[in-house]
Design a binder for this molecule. Sequence first.
Ligand code: HPA
Length: 233
Amino acid sequence: MSSLHLEANVGDIAETVLLPGDPLRAKYIAENFLDDAVCYNNVRGMLGFTGYYKGNRVSIQGTGMGMGSTSIYVNELASTYHVKNMIRVGTCGTIQEHIQLGQVLLAMSASGDSDANRNLFGGMHYAATADFDLLLKAHQAAKKLNIKTYQGTVFSTNTFYDETPNRWDVWKKHGILGVEMETQILFTLAKKFGIKALSILTVSDNIVTGEATTALEREQSFTDMMKVALELA
Ligand code: HPA
C-alpha cells in the first residue's frame, strides 16, 4: 500500500522523519549525513530517503514550500506510514535585530496567516505548539554540541511576496523570532494525529533590513541545524 503522493511501501519510512522544504536538500542530507540511504519516493520529484544516522533509522522527506504542500506530506506520513516524530529542518527570515544570520532557532510555537488553520477551528485561533520532549532533546543536543540556539515563537505565512507596509511591526513587538512557511500546519496536524513535531530553523535573512547569508554561512548553519536534528533520530 502507498498513499496518493508517496510511492513508498508501508514500512519503508522510519518512525522519525526530518522534513526539509527542498527535495534536493533531502537528497543532500541523505548523501552526506546518512549511511545506507535508499530513495523511497520520486512522485512529483518530492524526494524521500530512509537510512541510518549513528545506527538509528531515520527518513528525510521533502515537503515543498508552504502550508498547502506541507500538509499533504504530513497527513500521508502520519496516516498511511505511521510516522511518530516529524521534525522540520528549514530556513526562516528574522524580524528581530538581536538575532544574527546563521543562528539556529528551535520553534516552540507558530502563529500564522493560513486559512487552513482558521477554517479548521471555525475562525478561532489555535495555539500551534511544538512537542516538549523533542524541544527539550533538541536543546540538550545543541548544548552538548556547543551549538547556540534561540528558543521561541515563529510565524508561518502563505505569502512570501507581500508588499503591505510595516507588515511585521506588530509581530516583532510580540516576540516573533522568525518567519517561514510551514511550521504552523506541521504543529497543528501533529497534535491532530497524536504524534510529535518540532521545527528547527536557520536564519537565512533579515526581512526588515534585507540582509542575507552568504553561501558559506548558509552551509555552516545548515550543518549545525542538521547535527541537532539528527540527534533526535
Ligand atoms: N519569508 C518567508 N519564508 C522565508 C523567508 C522569508 O523571508 N526566508 C526564509 N524563509
